[in-house]
Ligand binder design. Structure first.
Ligand SMILES: *Cc1c(COP(=O)(O)O)cnc(C)c1O
Length: 392
């Protein structure tokens, strides 16, 4: 019996080493990693430049407290604000913590503006994490069931529905923010019908009512969709943006960025984290951003995403059970007209790591460094698995 708490339904495999998009199990079998530790290993496994940067940092300093100035943190904050146009950043250790910071920031912003019972608009099918506040903000009953009473102060509306938000604006005067993933990840790779219009619409409503627009870019951020951040496919900027997954290439780090009026809400004593932004994590983040820039991985992700979509659309055109292949860069969803959870194990048997989310959607989040021939290998292996599954 494992001594681990039973929180995961794990696949029957243990990995020993990795290189690029490839992982090797203990028995020597080789796997193509099309999940990247759920959007974490954007640089693939054991990227030489990342190893060098982290090794150098470890040999100098791993951790000091946030009661001191931390040079590595300042450097990453400079870089993150430069590429995003945001004003400042709070560092933590994960996506849920980044969202926790955003939720606290929004509530504090409300109180500072005379709103004693601030509420935040969140979306159906959203995923924001598993702490009490973030699971309450999440739009999936499975994540919440058994943990009631939930944290209050969230109002839920349908994703990609500006009208629903307008209606709330017309009847409520205690809303302080909208928290939304510009593309929903766990919810099934849900891409707004017109991402520019949706984000612009959200921006306009927030401006009209003095609400904060808070974008959860934990999954889509850091180059994955072909831009540094998903919202950069539009012309707007958020007031708050949260990051985590791809930021540290596997070294745990989260970030909550703020701009304008949102950037001076927190004052000393209002929030903090022991590990948040420590020298090791922020050196990993800084190296990750520099490698993505040097190796032009945003553009590459955009190209590879288009290729993946084209190839799957070709391969699966005779499968009526496949409703649609959708992507923005390397956030890819293949939606079925039926539950397809079994595919994860069938793909594993074929040496391929994928994920099924929202019951009917294959989710692919391959490393940004994936090469053209590896894309073709991925499409060939997965199409074979899908056709086998559908013929059963
Ligand atoms: C994964 C994820 C989170 C939670 O991140 P953790 O690091 O697991 O806490 C939050 N928001 C989104 C959009 C995510 O994909």
């Amino acid at each position: 019996m494992s001594k681990m708490m039973d929180t995961y339904a794990r696949q029957p495999v243990t990995f020993e080493k990795g290189q690029g998009v490839w992982l090797w199990a203990k028995d020597g079998k080789k796997y193509l990693d099309a999940l990247s530790g759920v959007a974490v290993n954007g640089l693939g496994h054991t990227h030489p430049k990342l190893i060098k940067a982290i090794s150098e940092q470890i040999s100098r300093l791993i951790h000091v407290s946030n009661v001191y100035h931390i040079a590595e943190q300042e450097k990453l904050a400079e870089k993150l604000t430069a590429i995003s146009g945001m004003d400042n950043v709070f560092f933590c250790n994960s996506g849920c913590e980044a969202n926790e910071a955003a939720i606290k920031l929004a509530r504090l912003y409300g109180h500072q503006n005379g709103i004693d019972t601030p509420e935040i608009i969140v979306m159906e099918k959203a995923f924001h994490g598993r702490t009490m506040a973030t699971l309450s903000a999440t739009g999936n009953r499975k994540t919440q069931a058994g943990f009631e009473p939930l944290v209050g102060g969230f109002i839920r509306v349908a994703f990609d529905d500006l009208e629903a938000i307008q209606q709330i604006a017309s009847r409520k005067n205690n809303v302080v923010a909208i928290l939304v993933e510009p593309i929903q990840g766990e919810g099934g790779i849900n891409i707004p019908n017109n991402i520019q219009n949706y984000l612009k619409g959200l921006r306009d409503i927030c401006d009209q009512h003095n609400w904060l627009l808070m974008l959860d870019e934990v999954q889509g951020g850091i180059g994955r969709t072909g831009k540094w951040f998903v919202h950069q496919h539009s012309s707007i900027k958020p007031d708050v943006m949260t990051l985590a997954k791809g930021l540290g290439s596997g070294v745990p780090i989260g970030a909550c960025l703020a701009k304008g009026k949102a950037s001076h809400v927190f004052t000393p004593g209002k929030h903090g984290s022991t590990f948040g932004g420590n020298p090791l994590a922020t050196a990993a983040g800084y190296a990750t951003l520099n490698i993505i820039e040097e190796d032009k991985l945003c553009n590459h992700a955009l190209k590879m995403g288009t290729l993946i979509n084209e190839e799957f659309t070709k391969q699966l055109k005779d499968c009526p059970q496949v409703k649609v292949v959708r992507n923005l860069g390397l956030m890819i969803g293949i939606e079925f007209d039926q539950p397809c959870g079994e595919l994860t194990k069938l793909a594993l048997d074929e040496g391929l790591l994928i994920n099924v989310t929202a019951e009917k959607v294959i989710r692919l989040l391959p490393p940004l460094i994936i090469k053209e021939e590896e894309v073709l290998e991925l499409v060939e292996r997965l199409s074979k698995v899908i056709k086998f599954f559908l013929a059963k």
